[in-house]
Design a protein around this ligand. Structure first.
Ligand code: C5P
Length: 289
């Protein structure tokens, strides 16, 4: 059987709210999510090794089931009755790791979309998203893509009108923040502010960019962590360079600004790239499935 290629697009949180601590170790969330053009490239090649293996240009990324891409492939083969099918997944990673951009989840989602295509669409879109939820909380959104409201653990999705045309500037400082650690700290401190999610949804329905950008808010920025000082500094640079709004995505550490589609973002990119490891422009990507 031939190999197949698929792009794994990153996500940004236009908003992130934590609404409830659950008894199963997770939290209930309410998030407006957006797929963006920064992506990893995957090649999937069925093999006769009987094993699912992952190779990548990032040497520290696990090559076995600890990698969500491998977990997704094993889940797919089980769901379609092909247990024991061998597969080599080659990952060319561009999405920064530990950024809150769902890089690992995007890879897993790309594996699910690609395998379903390779094997003649044995699973419906609904079945693919249900399978995705078992791989990780962000994987269903990454399977579907576009602009969506994600609730529950993040796996309950409602597709929203596309974000009006805009540019993103995304900067990832050199440190990462552990997701479970940040949730723990949030539980300790509690929350005083919440994003105006209803206002964001209304602005999306009106097709208006500026009221969306002005309302962007991530509750994790309230957590008491010294590293978040750098997040605030990056936000200031983005806003000073003309961003309509700027926030941290997910549990960080990447920060992004939203600009008008015709804005010149080169000053923001140059300033942030000189100071921090990763800074790139991106645009929104519409629904994938
Ligand atoms: O589902 P995922 O593997 O991405 O979650 C990683 C960790 O993040 C969980 O073990 C949990 O500690 C935390 N988490 C949470 N509530 C969510 C999603 C993740 O508490 N909705």
């Amino acid at each position: 059987m031939d190999s197949i290629r698929e792009k794994a697009y990153a996500k940004l949180n236009i908003s992130l709210d934590v609404t409830e601590r659950r008894t199963d170790g997770f939290h209930d969330m309410c998030m407006v999510m957006q797929t963006v053009s920064i992506c990893d490239e995957l090649e999937l090649r069925p093999t006769d090794t009987g094993r699912v293996q992952v190779k990548s240009n990032f040497s520290f990324i696990p090559g076995d089931e600890r990698n969500l891409a491998a977990k997704a492939a094993l889940g797919f083969f089980e769901a379609v009755g092909k247990q024991g099918q061998g597969l080599l997944i080659t990952l060319q990673k561009s999405i920064p790791v530990g950024a809150g951009m769902a890089g690992g989840s995007a890879d897993a989602a790309a594996v699910l979309r690609a395998l379903n295509r390779l094997y003649g669409a044995p699973l419906t879109a609904d079945a693919l998203e249900t399978l995705a939820a078992r791989v990780g909380s962000d994987v269903p959104f990454c399977v579907r893509g576009g602009t969506a409201l994600a609730t529950g653990r993040g796996e309950k999705l409602e597709t929203l009108p596309s974000l009006p045309a805009c540019k993103f500037v995304v900067c990832k400082p050199d440190f990462s923040i552990s997701t479970p650690e940040l949730f723990r700290k949030l539980d300790q401190t509690g929350l005083r502010c919440h994003p105006d999610t209803a206002g964001i949804l209304a602005a999306l329905r009106d097709g208006e960019l500026e009221p969306v950008a002005r309302r962007m808010y991530n509750v994790f920025e309230e957590v008491d962590d010294r590293r978040l000082r750098t997040v605030r500094e990056i936000k200031s640079v983005l806003l000073d360079c003309g961003a309509l709004g700027a926030i941290m995505t997910g549990t960080g550490s990447a920060v992004f600004g939203v600009f008008r589609p015709d804005a010149d973002c080169s000053a923001a990119v140059a300033a942030l790239r000189a100071e921090h490891g990763f800074c790139r422009e991106a645009v929104g990507v519409d629904r994938l499935l």
